[in-house]
Design a protein. Sequence first.
Length: 289
Amino acid sequence: MRSKLFLPGTRPELFLKGAASAADALSFDLEDSVAPERKAEARAHVAAALRDPALRAAGKLAIVRVNALGTPHFAEDVAALAGTGLDAINLPMVESAAMVRDAIAIIARAEAAAGAAPCGILANIETPRGLRLAAEIACADPRVTGLQIGYGDLFEPFGIARDDEVALHQVRLQVRLAAAEARIPAFDGALAAIASPERCRAEAEASRRLGFAGKSCIHPSQIAIVNAAFQPGEAEIARAARVVAAAEEAEAKGIGAYTVDGQMVDAPFAASARAVLALARRLGLGAAA
Ligand SMILES: CC(C)(COP(=O)(O)OP(=O)(O)OC[C@H]1O[C@@H](n2cnc3c(N)ncnc32)[C@H](O)[C@@H]1OP(=O)(O)O)[C@@H](O)C(=O)NCCC(=O)NCCSC(=O)C[C@H](O)C(=O)O
Ligand SMILES: [Mg+2]
């Protein structure tokens, strides 16, 4: 999931545009982009879209960001989604492992009532406490399939500049390592500055350098930029192929450390090269495909 396009639940006219886009995933929103008095309307639009064969024929991952646990909307959101075949529920404002487990208990009851299979859980890290406890959140339950940064909630109320590179780097690394501890992917947060494609590219590239798997998009203009940043380029794929070939040869000879292109390679480097080739294969890129 390189790109994940947000679609406000009250704007159904955008849903098929999202489905026709190059985004890997559609992220229907019931939370901040929906006014409190329109939650029921948004819920109905999103549930209908998830059941719409024309929309699902696009083959995109379907994610829904529900309202936070503890709001009057959470249980109704979850009940409306059970049985729609969505891939993941995106939980906003997650602050602890207990909160993840409490949310999952409610989701599981709704799924059981609908006879539905369990979906994944994408947990947002977007509060100071959530950031401090990010690893516990990531490891809270095997249903947690990813962590996602929410810069708006994490920075805006505290006067932290959204373009402060140090702040961005610190948050990203902390979230990435928390996700790594749970062996799940991390996703970079959305950039509200839709008129700044260069900033979007710089953010996407910086987070990929930290091993992030993708980034949220809020506008179609961000999708191609994000997709390009989160896929390996030709040189990266070619080098990964050389490393894997050398690793296979070395492993057959019982050698653990060797050199490729003047650099020492051992097990973690070989694993990383195999991951690059696997990603390239999944995306149908280059010779790896
Ligand atoms: C930001 C927007 C309100 C801008 O909308 P608009 O002014 O309509 O954009 P454009 O006129 O430039 O649109 C050009 C065409 O693209 C279509 N479009 C626009 N946005 C989308 C979209 N999200 N998906 C699909 N298609 C889209 C327009 O319809 C135009 O089409 P056409 O007329 O045929 O050319 C709007 O983009 C928007 O609402 N974006 C999503 C906002 C959202 O969901 N926000 C919440 C998530 S972000 C967040 O909360 C992060 C986190 O939690 C945190 O704390 O940081
Ligand atoms: Mg948020």
